[in-house]
Design a protein around this ligand. Structure first.
Ligand code: HAM
Length: 445
């Protein structure tokens, strides 16, 4: 008798595997252009890592983890998501003493969740994602959203949708949670059994239940944005302001709360018109408490993950419609590799790193983000400062990262529409018009 594959898993046969490789190559290239280094963590971990990290009351931990004892009786689990393992590796691998923030990514990493298989939902699936550990400012959130958007555009050109929200911090969340409980208090009988439990243990999740009765109640429920403390509100406004400079289209989705418990402040999801917004292509956000929760020092962080199967399915739909266009220079994703997806980009082959340094306030930093994104679109790996460092400290950081050229933008240059180009080998600087800066950099040795 034939032994079939387990439910919710798939075989990727050669033709399909070639499509995967093409998308993977684009994603690797994008992450490298944004200054991320690749990380690979084990397929199984201690169950405790996710119970503490993702949260006891999350669906993943409550009902979707593959937990099993090994022969010595340790409680292990097949990895259901990538963020907690990356944070564990950051703490365990000594990365907390590396130059901060530490930017790590993964592509086509297998994940396992015991959920009911459905369209776009599998028990073994794959994610591409990244984590920026050690940066707490809104610029890091905006850069993560811009990268997630570019990743979707690189795989499925045209119309990636970003949904954005803020769910506050440990300061303002308790009062919001109480407001939510109050809203539901007299209507508990109308909730599904899952939501009755959520009301006790994890009220935020009441907002994204798919049950029609629960949805009806959720529609009138208070939303996190109206309960943010002033620091969270300012953070959210700044993320939006940076995203506008980055020309990343987004929509505020006030009921977006995400299914994992580690998020603080910014949360976002990626969708595509071909898939509808029910099946999100990816999601992420800020998680300022997770490093500490897993035994490290207090360290802010942010990241996202995309579902590879869903990306590939959306791309196939698009190909079926005959609308796929190659993306060279189209200003949305980044230039596709020539020759249909070619080899993976290696660090050694990547052009030298450009650092865009800010010598001024928020307006200058905003322009630096736009400049770095424009450089990456031209295939130049670029970094910006995510830690509000002084110019001197930024130049030191740029040197440590191996940048050969630094673009320096100050208030005066901002007003004049120019930028300084600094050659890191000899420290010489010259001023060029902003629109010529990247051509000047591209012409480097
Ligand atoms: P998540 O929203 O649980 O976030 O998963 C991210 C994406 O993985 C989803 O949007 C979806 O595309 C895909 N995905 C999730 N479950 C399945 C499934 N059963 N079958 C197929 N695809 C699925 C996380 O995992 C977070 N670790 C993301 C993150 C990284 N946040 C910060 N950093």
């Amino acid at each position: 008798m034939l032994v079939s594959r387990p439910r919710g898993t798939s075989d990727i046969l050669p033709v399909e595997a070639a499509r995967w490789r093409r998308v993977e190559a684009r994603l690797h290239r994008l992450f490298l252009l944004f200054g991320f280094g690749e990380i690979r963590t084990p397929v199984f971990e201690h169950a405790d890592l996710f119970e503490r990290g993702v949260g006891e009351a999350s669906d993943i931990v409550e009902k979707e983890m593959y937990v099993f004892p090994d022969r010595a009786g340790r409680r292990l689990t097949l990895r259901p998501e990538g963020t907690a393992p990356v944070v564990r590796a950051y703490l365990e691998g000594g990365l907390k003493t590396a130059p901060q923030p530490v930017k790590l990514y993964y592509v086509s990493t297998p994940m396992f969740r015991y959920s009911r298989p459905a369209a776009g939902r599998y028990r073994q699936f794959h994610q591409a994602g990244c984590e920026v550990i050690g940066a707490g400012g809104p610029l890091a959130d905006a850069e993560a959203v811009a990268l997630a958007h570019a990743c979707v555009e690189a795989a499925v050109p045209g119309g990636a949708q970003v949904l954005l929200n803020s769910i506050g911090c440990p300061e303002c969340r308790p009062s919001y949670r109480e407001a939510l409980r109050d809203h539901y208090r007299d209507r508990l009988a109308e909730l599904c059994p899952d939501c009755r439990r959520r009301w006790e243990r994890n009220p935020l999740r009441l907002l994204d239940c798919k049950d029609p009765g629960c949805r009806h109640l959720a529609a009138a429920a208070p939303v996190p944005l109206t309960h943010l403390c002033s620091a969270c509100r300012a953070h959210f406004e700044a993320v939006r302001w940076f995203l506008e400079a980055a020309e990343v289209p987004y929509r505020i989705e006030q009921a977006l709360v995400r299914g994992l418990d580690y998020y603080t402040r910014t949360v976002f999801e990626l969708g595509h018109p071909r898939l509808g917004l029910q099946a999100s292509l990816g999601g992420g956000g800020r998680y300022d408490g997770l490093v500490e929760e897993l035994g490290g020092p207090r360290t802010p962080a942010a990241g996202f993950a995309l579902g590879m199967e869903r990306l590939l399915e959306a791309a196939a739909e698009e190909e079926g419609r005959g609308e796929t266009r190659e993306q060279e220079g189209d200003g949305s994703g980044l230039a596709a590799e020539r020759g249909g997806g070619g080899g993976l980009p290696a660090w050694e082959e990547a052009p030298p790193l450009l650092f865009v340094a800010a010598a001024g306030g928020e307006g200058v930093r905003r322009e630096c983000l736009a400049l770095a994104l424009a450089a990456r679109r031209r295939g130049i790996p670029a970094e910006i400062d995510l830690l509000d460092r002084s110019l001197k400290a930024q130049l030191k950081h740029a040197a440590r990262l191996g940048a050969t050229t630094v673009l320096i933008l100050g208030e005066e240059e901002l007003a004049r529409g120019s930028v300084l180009v600094r050659d890191m080998a000899d420290g010489r600087q010259r001023e060029v018009a902003r629109e010529e800066a990247l051509t000047a950099v591209a012409g480097r040795d």
